[in-house]
Design a protein around this ligand. Structure first.
Ligand code: PMP
Ligand code: GLN
Length: 381
């Protein structure tokens, strides 16, 4: 029997590869994006309570109703945007699933999707498995901004979607109001749908305002906006998120969702519905994680790495061009094996492996973890 791969060029994700290598070499893992500190005990207590109260069976296919109501309230307060909990919000098993489902809902073979690189690793395989064509545009090194003139030149009648991600993984760059105005111009008068990956919604630093699609009704009317509770509440292993879109698009999204996941973890949704009333818990996140970025950045000054400043997310990128000529993959592997620090080579976020000699560090860690990592990095030769 012959097996045809639908994704012949795809191997194991870099996050799994580097985490595995970190385990094998007992390295400090600043690669894969997950916190090493405890999540809120209040929230884990609420899950326990929900299970004990008997919330252990399937909940509504679109998500636990009270959770959707509370999300709509939160969005109304944060972004002054009315979102209907019955028709415009669906709870999903994580942000990645929401992205995949949105792409699968819309894409037909041959459709073009504009995607900016470096791009989160699931985007391009998710486009390709739907028979669509990724149109890759490089963000401008070193500030990783969007080259809007190139975007305008690449939009044509086959362009079905544009994917954006702010705060951005892996670079920590954020979109500005100017970017949103440019996006408006690009899509005006077209049928282009936007997919906005906002899983780091609350992890924005330096007093910058998060430019959510939810602030722009003219963009929201043609968008799927994807979020992750895992990133917001420091529980990436929960794999719970949600998607917001206008009712007409959401109706189609749910047709795909209902035969794939159908409904998500009930007790966690019950707990999140209660926890969302604690506004301080999400409003304080940016400052909390920024402190970690600042601490890490300060420590890194003692090393020969050159910082490419992050303004959001769990990540900061550093150039090692002044240290080594190795490829970023070889360098990251050597750092893990010889120095005991796992990172992510940024070429893994480029389909053609573009290598700017940059690696990504996850700073969403305890201070002692960051100290332990940098102690090793200062000895780098
Ligand atoms: N998008 C980006 C940019 C991410 O970094 C992540 C984090 N893993 C996701 C989506 C997916 O989130 P989740 O773990 O909820 O699937
Ligand atoms: N989002 C996480 C990161 O960028 C990893 C998620 C995964 O392992 N697929 O590091």
């Amino acid at each position: 029997m012959q097996i045809y791969s639908k994704l012949p060029d795809v191997g194991t994700t870099i996050f799994t590869v580097m985490s595995q290598l970190a385990i094998e070499h007992n390295a400090v893992n600043l690669g894969q994006g997950f916190p090493d500190f405890m999540m809120s005990e209040e929230l884990t207590g609420l899950v326990d309570e929900a299970m004990k109260k008997g919330f252990n069976q399937y909940t509504h296919m679109n998500g636990f109703p009270l959770l959707r109501e509370r999300l709509a309230e939160k969005i109304g307060k944060l972004y002054q945007t009315p979102v209907h909990p019955d028709t415009e919000i669906t709870i999903t098993p994580g942000g990645t699933y929401a992205i995949y489902t949105a792409l699968t809902t819309v894409l037909e073979p041959g459709d073009e999707v504009i995607v900016f690189e470096p791009a989160y690793d699931s985007y391009i395989p998710n486009i390709e498995i739907n028979g669509a064509v990724p149109i890759r545009i490089s963000l401008q090194y070193p500030d990783y901004s969007i080259p809007w003139e190139e975007v305008k030149a690449k939009v044509n009648s086959r362009t079905r979607m544009i994917m954006i991600n702010s705060p951005h993984n892996p670079t920590g760059s954020v979109l500005s109001e100017h970017d949103m105005q440019q996006l408006k111009q690009v899509v005006a008068g077209t049928n282009i749908i936007i997919l906005s990956d906002e899983v780091y919604e609350h992890l924005v630093f330096d007093g910058i305002q998060h430019q959510s699609i939810l602030r722009y009704p003219e963009l929201l009317e043609r968008s799927f906006v994807c979020f992750s509770f895992g990133k917001t509440y420091h529980c990436t292993g929960w794999k719970l998120g949600y998607c917001i879109s206008p009712a007409s698009l959401m109706k189609e999204f749910r047709k795909v969702h209902q035969f794939n996941c159908f409904s998500c973890d009930t007790p966690k949704q019950v707990a999140l519905a209660a926890y969302l009333q604690n506004e301080a818990a999400y409003l304080s996140l940016g400052a909390f994680i920024q402190q970690k970025r600042d601490y890490f950045r300060q420590l890194m000054k003692a090393t020969p790495f050159e910082c490419i400043p992050s303004h959001g997310s769990y990540f900061e990128c550093y150039s090692y061009a002044g240290i080594s000529e190795e490829s970023d993959k070889d360098f990251a592997i050597r750092l893990t094996k010889e120095y005991g620090i796992a990172t992510i080579p940024v070429s893994a976020f480029h389909k053609n492996g573009k290598d700017d000699k940059v690696i990504r560090f996850c700073f969403a860690k305890k201070e002692e973890t960051l100290e332990k990592a940098v102690e090793k990095l200062v000895t780098l030769k």
